[in-house]
Write a protein that binds this ligand. Structure first.
Ligand SMILES: [Ca+2]
Ligand SMILES: [Ca+2]
Length: 361
């Protein structure tokens, strides 16, 4: 049966219907700049927009237009079909992936991307633009945005030659507007295997009325049944299958300017609305302040052991978005309504060298 399906796919590819696009160019140009050799560029400018509340702060140059792009809420069947596309994509069965995309009617395309910025051969799953136009509230045409997304299911980059079991995610490309660029540079520097950026703002699709970001449906960090999470689960499954270890997951967020004054500069989160599973995970902290102190001078990172926060403070939940700051000898964790001090014995806990992960072949 599989052979028959693949034969059909092969015939489609000869007819051009199942063809995979090949592009040679700058990945930075495609994602946030100019790259004329790509079918389209400046990907971040096309992300589906929406603003129905005053809860979130967007880029000052990026007026949110409720008619620019959309988020297609997937049915259970569509999520299953999307999973089949992702399975083929991750297996590098690119023609089969593209054929399934057409069969299921998703406005997506597979791209074999030769990145001139990094000399890497990347594979991209990206959405095709629609005809929406946003003038960004100005008569100046230079800031106009031409084309957005009907599905808004996200952008997916896969580097199968990566030696690092790292998945980088950006769930809030509009609200946390610097995050896509930070994530892209992290993708390079860490030689990550996957980079995923959500394709719609969190206020695009939601359960009304929008009085909390927990109402969002288009935010993959708030809503489980999202194509973004279908991809992540498969990416993680691939890494775990190859290495026998859990992937290193790096999710990029940014603070709104001046919104959290006098707060520590690290915030921990186990997500919202789910179980507190993250208590059993290792927590990696960047010693952004402590790194300048003599006792921290030899390292910039510390890793809290599993269940460390709980052992120090039973009942203290990561679901309450505790924050971490560093004094001379202590680390301070602050919950929404409570604060707790963790004495500096964690500082004697030696950082692991596990950032040199098992080679992924
Ligand atoms: Ca806009
Ligand atoms: Ca304009």
């Amino acid at each position: 049966m599989h052979r028959i399906v693949c034969l059909a796919v092969l015939l489609l590819s000869f007819s051009g219907l199942g063809s995979v696009i090949t592009e040679v160019g700058s990945l930075r140009g495609f994602i946030y700049g100019s790259e004329p050799t790509c079918v389209y560029d400046n990907w971040v400018s096309h992300v589906s927009e929406g603003k129905v509340s005053g809860l979130n702060v967007y880029a000052p140059w990026e007026v949110q237009n409720n008619d620019f792009g959309d988020y297609h809420i997937p049915t259970e069947e569509e999520l299953r079909c999307w999973g089949m596309v992702v399975d083929d994509f991750l297996a590098l069965e690119l023609v089969c992936a593209q054929q399934k995309i057409r069969q299921f009617g998703f406005s997506y395309q597979v791209v074999d991307f030769q990145d001139l910025d990094s000399s890497r051969n990347l594979f991209i799953l990206r959405e095709i633009l629609n005809g929406d136009i946003d003038n960004n509230g100005t008569t100046d045409s230079t800031d106009d945005e031409i084309g957005s997304f009907d599905y808004g299911w996200g952008l997916y980059l896969y580097n199968p030659d990566s030696n690092r079991p790292i998945v980088i995610t950006v769930p809030h490309p509009c609200d946390d507007y610097p995050a896509p660029v930070f994530a892209m540079e992290a993708f390079y520097k860490l030689d990550a295997r996957f980079l995923m950026i959500a394709g719609a703002g969190r206020e695009v699709a939601f359960n009304p009325p929008y009085h909390s970001n927990n109402q969002s449906i288009s935010d993959p960090s708030r809503y489980a049944e999202h194509p973004f999470n279908e991809f992540y689960q498969r990416a993680g499954h691939q890494i775990r299958g190859i290495t026998g270890k859990t992937e290193f997951s790096l999710q990029i967020h940014t603070y709104d300017w001046h919104k959290y004054q006098n707060k520590p500069n690290v915030m921990l989160s186990a997500g919202s609305g789910g179980s507190d599973k993250c208590s059993s995970l290792l927590v990696l902290l960047h010693l952004t302040e402590g790194g300048t102190l003599p006792q921290y001078s030899t390292r910039r990172f510390s890793i809290l052991p599993q269940n460390f926060v709980y052992q120090q403070h039973p009942g203290f939940s990561l679901l309450s978005f505790p924050q971490a700051g560093f004094g001379a000898t202590v680390s301070e964790f602050l919950g929404n309504s409570a604060s707790a001090w963790i004495l500096g014995n964690y500082a004697t806990w030696q950082p692991q060298t596990s950032l040199n992960p098992t080679r992924v072949s």
